[in-house]
Design a protein around this ligand. Sequence first.
Ligand code: MG
Length: 236
Amino acid sequence: MLHPSLSGARACVFDAGGTLVHPDWPRLAGFAADEAGREFDAGELERALKETLKAVGAEMQREGYVTPLEHRRPHWVFRRMYGSLGLDEGACGRVIERAAAAHAERHLWCGLDPEVPRVLDELKRAGLLVAVISNTEDGRLTDSLGAARITESFDLLIDSHLVGCRKPDAKIFHLALERLGVEAHEAAYVGDSYAHDALAARAVGMRPVLLDPLDLHPESVCPRIHSLAELVGGSA
Ligand SMILES: [Mg+2]
């Protein structure tokens, strides 16, 4: 049985990073070990990243959702994440340089959530269109999904860098809805950022679903799930 947010919907649109695909944590941990002598495991990095996104969301909420210039810097979210773990600016700079070089070789967001293929299959079998809207700094959304081998599953991919607008701007959601040929109220939007995904999709009249695996957003006014399987009736 589909999640109540998908009842009668015609499309399910996803965020990519942190929702469908995840960072390559072993590589990111390796950069911190090599360049800053700090050991982190995947769980620590993931929590730091999600908490960073939460803090960024709160900042944006205060600033009226103007995208700060910082967000146009490559790997800004990892820079903030390493900073939140106590790496100083010099160490962050070195780590990000390593990350950038590694990313040029293989996309850093290439870890597929193992539930994704089954979830997409079931949504399509239920007759829904499936799509992605992703904020990228380099136009490489298809690289990220390609590394995870799921590009072909989608009816539509929107990469912010290629279309010239970013979430939480309503324009990027309207563009997706227009290309899918569905009304806002007929489409769910599933993402892990409260500000960029859930509240932004809600503001354009879509059906927001916040993916909140670590329970960081009890204040959410949008429905929350802990795992993507909950979209198709599985439990967290
Ligand atoms: Mg995300």
